[in-house]
Design a protein around this ligand. Sequence first.
Ligand SMILES: *Cc1c(COP(=O)(O)O)cnc(C)c1O
Length: 444
Amino acid sequence: MPTLPAIAPDLLARLQKRTPLLWLNPALGSALPEGSPCFADIDEADARLVRCAGLMAHLFPELQSSAGLIESPLTRVERLQQTMENATESDAAWFIKSDHALPIAGSVKARGGFHEVLALAEKLALEHNVLAPESDRRELAGDAARELFAQYTVSVGSTGNLGLSIGVMAAALGFQSVVHMSTDAKAWKKDRLRKAGVQVVEHAGDYAEAVAAGRAQSLADPKGYFVDDENSLMLFLGYAVAARRLATQLAALNRPVDATHPLFVYIPCGVGGAPGGITFGLKALFFEHVHCFFAEPVASPCMLVQLAADETAPVSVYDIGLDNRTEADGLAVGQASHLVSPLMRSQLSGAFTVADAQLYVHLHRVAQTEGVLLEPSAAAGFDGPRWLTHSDQGEAYLRQHGLERHMASATHIVWTTGGSLVPREEHEQFQARGQVLAAQDELA
Ligand SMILES: *Cc1c(COP(=O)(O)O)cnc(C)c1O
């Protein structure tokens, strides 16, 4: 018998039974590990995206209206809030951060993925003197750069959305582009990639196996570059830039974030790169005034088990007998990123788990009240406000941080991470399923 990770027995039992729960991180506020990324690293990523904006607008005409920046709206969701909480307590404000609508890649992966490919393109072009440090990044779309990039292969292992982001960006710059996917990845994602000129390689097994296979193939190729979702600083920093953009949006909406105006952010978590980067960026701006919670499927709570086990050795959901099978394909990850989990140990307020059925209930409610269409993974965060305000653990958290009397001036942001590229027929199926489950939910 393998030994079980050192998780408290009652928590372990509830995780194994797949009971949705809120876990609070006891190490919140501890020091970051030595050698952690810093503010200047986020600055650099931010500056890269700004100087590459002209290039992006040139490569993707749909970015002309945003002058080449990849950004999503922060949207108040009053009707959704009213249907999900008692009207008496609705002084707080709910928003969605609409990354489901990020251009080109249709998911939060546009943030990290585009940043990493742009960083690679700049680096290669500078090394081979087809770009000068100060010159316009649109030169990366010129003949000399394309000829250079065509010699290199950019590859990635992905359940889908990261592949869409990396694959499309790499192909647009003229790289050879390969996406390794598990066979259960959605057919439309594979089709879309192939149409964009990306080679799709299918692997039996789960996400981690697709990543491992891709990594091994890429390492064997001297002109191969592997985007390592389990360990990529460039992805992480691209995600972290989101926090600054969000801060600007909050300021424009007159939503302060300080000791009397707490900010709660709920983000779906797969391997942890996207929610971890966003959390890291937010903590750098708002310190203890921002409270970040991850949402994970009951079958795949990889960040929760890694942090709850409080071990540096990797812990996976398989180790506690879970099967990592969920319809939230963007979150079907058995083991958290070992780059991100040590950072989240200091910064994450907690994590909650969500049953698959609940994802459909949420995505149906969001469509009904706000007209927003999400994929299942992207609906994982909507239980967040209720966990904080209507559970023993949530109330304990608020008490512990002296927040109870400030909840009327709180801002809750649910990060909606994907959905706008999902074909209409798939959305219809999601909605039909959500309608049935929501009706059952209301009867219960
Ligand atoms: C990838 C993804 C996430 C989570 O990002 P990680 O970096 O894997 O934690 C959340 N939602 C959607 C839709 C995704 O594609």
